[in-house]
Structures are given as structure tokens and as C-alpha cells.
Design a protein around this ligand. Structure first.
Ligand code: SAM
Ligand code: SF4
Length: 332
């Protein structure tokens, strides 16, 4: 079994796969201009999202490189009619320990049970507000009740890890924090507050809404929340527990507490391009190597050869976000 290490000595074992860059929501920080996500190039191979066969070959190849965790994301991955089948195929790949999904949750109530049965072990749902009207202002969606129900269903059917992503937005979050704290008192979800990241499309919004996570961190530490040790497959969140609460709280803070030195992940776009860093410039097409299991050796050697290009850190602090127009294009 190989192990993939980059030139900075970081072991990579976590692959995020975008299943589509289409989305039915228009979150203010992500797709603010309601623009179509991508202009068609005219080349059907280039314009179509990865097929289930390509995804299977991709995951099989990366599992031989020591990858143990796969997250399906987007755009909105539940827009794909074959999502449950994709999860089932990935869960059957030997050595894959965690199959995770990030979703806006609008189809979760109907999908939670089949996804779990197919082998999904972890789910992140984006829910920026517990107030339906505020939620609609942020996301452009009136699906709050359905999403809330979907989260309850995910817990009921026994998906192992149910996490909720909440953007820290300066002019929205102060009215929300108490509600989220109360929610996790009884509900066994992990709520993670995420610092807003600047992308090419959201600059004005970023400048008015960015809020560092430091005050929240101080509130957690001052109110008896204890930080958990990180596991090798964990993402960038710092997570906190409290004996009086069923759920957990966490912070993902790319600006105030950068996590790059512990980076353990690579990303694949919905068109099969490898992205070494969410905010790095380079994209390398692997799609031709996904057309047959016979090309696995070439896939592995190509990925090895690219590890010299993985940069040590993003450069968001300098206002550099590489080729990232918005996170719907690559999966956040
Ligand atoms: N549509 C799915 C969803 O919303 O969960 C998956 C894709 S979305 C791009 C993945 C995550 O990225 C979401 O939790 C979203 O809140 C987060 N996100 C999007 N744009 C962001 C930004 N500019 N800064 C920080 N997080 C962002
Ligand atoms: Fe869609 Fe997710 Fe972006 Fe919101 S954050 S617009 S749900 S891709």
C-alpha cells in the first residue's frame, strides 16, 4: 500500500469530490450574482460531470494511494439522481473508511435513510440560520422546515456523524448564536462556525460580512467548553465539547487560525480536475485516466508527480484566492 506525502511532509488521505457545480440555492456568500455556474465549452466530455464509472475508478486509484476518507460535495450533490448509487460504489471500495457528504439539505428528509443504507457515514448540512426568514435572506431558499426535518431524519436513521455548517456573518450571526447554543444542548449535532472566505465573486459581501472567530472562541473557552484532540482524518475544524450539551460546537477559521500545516486533503472538480489547494491556482485534469481501471497505475504515478506543486499555505491573507471564483465550483 502506497502513502501519499507532499513535499512539505504532509500525509494526504482525504479526497473531496465535487459531483456537480450546479446548485438550486443562491447563498449570498457563494453564488451572489445568480450567474450560470459555467459556460458550456461545446465539448461534451469537458461539459459533463464525472460519471459513476469515472468516480469509481478515481476512488479505487486514490484508495491505493492511502486515501481513507471521501467527501462528496458540489455545487449541490443531491441534484444528482445517482447519488445513492455513487455512495454505494464508494463504500464498497476496500480501505475506504469514511464516505461523507456536504449538502444544503433540501432533499435530506427523503435521502437520509437510503444514503445510510448505501454506506454513508458522515454528513455536513449547511444551515446558516435557525430562523426561517433569515435563512431565506441568506440562501434564497424557503426550504428551512424541510432541511430541519432532514437533519432530524439523518439523526434518527443513525448516520454516525451529523454536522451543521454555519457561516460567521458579521451582520447576521449575533442574532443566531444563542439559538445555536440552545439547539446543541439537546440535539446531538456538531455545529461548526466557519469564517467567511473571500472569492472572486463575493468581494463586496466579504468586506461587509467577514467576522473573525476569536470572540466566539473566547466565549466557548470562557463557558466550560473543552477542545477535543484531532484525529488523522479530521478536517480543519477545532471542535469543543461540554458535559451539559448533547452536541458539539466548532470553529473553522482559515484567517485567524490557519490550518494549512495540517492539510490532509486533495480536491477533484466535477469535471475531473485535481486541485491541490482550495485557493491554489493549478488544476490538473485526471479525466483521461479515469476511463478504465487499467489506467490506475498511470493515475497513481501522475498524482505522485504533482505533489511537488502542493503549496504550503493558501494566500487568502494577501487577498489571493487562486482560480476560485466561488466555492460552488469546487466544493468548499
Ligand atoms: N451545496 C452544498 C452545501 O452548501 O453544503 C455543498 C457545497 S458548499 C460550496 C460547501 C460549503 O462551503 C458550505 O458549507 C458553504 O457554507 C461553504 N461555503 C461556500 N462559500 C463559502 C465562503 N465564501 N466562505 C466560507 N464557506 C463557504
Ligand atoms: Fe449552493 Fe452550497 Fe453554494 Fe449555497 S453554499 S449556493 S447551497 S453550493
Amino acid at each position: 500500500m502506497e502513502r501519499l506525502t507532499d513535499i512539505h511532509g504532509r500525509n494526504l488521505a482525504y479526497l473531496r469530490v465535487s459531483l456537480t457545480d450546479a446548485c438550486n440555492f443562491r447563498c449570498l456568500y457563494c453564488l451572489p450574482d445568480r450567474h450560470p455556474n459555467r459556460q458550456p465549452s461545446g465539448d461534451p466530455f469537458e461539459d459533463q460531470s464525472l460519471s459513476i464509472m469515472e468516480i469509481e475508478n478515481l476512488v479505487a486509484g486514490f484508495s491505493r494511494l492511502g486515501f481513507r476518507k471521501i467527501r462528496l460535495t458540489g455545487g449541490e450533490p443531491t441534484l444528482r439522481g445517482d447519488l445513492v448509487d455513487i455512495v454505494r460504489k464508494i463504500a464498497l471500495v476496500p480501505a475506504i473508511q469514511t464516505v461523507a457528504l456536504t449538502t444544503n439539505g433540501h432533499r435530506l428528509a427523503e435521502l437520509a435513510a437510503p444514503l445510510r443504507e448505501a454506506g454513508l457515514t458522515a454528513i455536513n448540512i449547511s444551515l446558516d440560520s435557525l430562523n426561517p426568514r433569515q435563512f431565506a435572506r441568506i440562501t434564497g431558499s424557503r426550504d428551512f422546515e424541510r432541511i430541519h426535518q432532514g437533519i432530524q431524519t439523518a439523526l434518527r436513521v443513525g448516520i454516525e456523524h451529523v454536522k451543521v455548517n454555519v457561516l460567521l456573518l458579521r451582520n447576521f450571526i449575533s442574532a443566531e448564536l444563542d439559538a445555536f447554543f440552545e439547539w446543541v444542548r439537546e440535539t446531538p449535532v456538531h455545529v461548526r462556525f466557519i469564517e467567511l472566505m473571500q472569492t472572486r465573486d463575493n468581494s463586496p459581501f466579504f468586506h461587509s460580512e467577514y467576522l473573525p472567530g476569536d470572540d466566539l472562541l473566547a466565549r466557548l473557552e470562557g463557558h466550560g467548553w473543552a477542545e477535543r484532540m484531532r484525529g488523522p482524518l479530521d478536517g480543519p475544524a477545532r471542535e469543543f465539547t461540554h458535559p451539559g450539551f448533547a452536541g458539539r460546537l466548532g470553529i473553522i477559521s482559515p484567517y485567524s487560525h490557519p490550518f494549512c500545516k495540517e492539510c490532509n486533503r486533495l480536491r477533484i472538480s466535477s469535471r475531473g480536475k485535481l486541485k491541490l489547494c482550495l485557493f491554489g491556482g493549478g488544476e490538473y485534469s485526471l479525466r483521461h485516466l479515469l476511463q478504465s481501471p487499467d489506467r490506475q497505475e498511470e493515475l497513481i504515478q501522475t498524482v505522485f508527480s504533482l505533489m511537488k506543486d502542493k503549496q504550503l499555505s493558501h494566500m487568502l491573507h494577501e487577498g489571493i484566492w487562486g482560480s476560485t471564483r466561488h466555492l460552488a465550483g469546487i466544493g468548499g
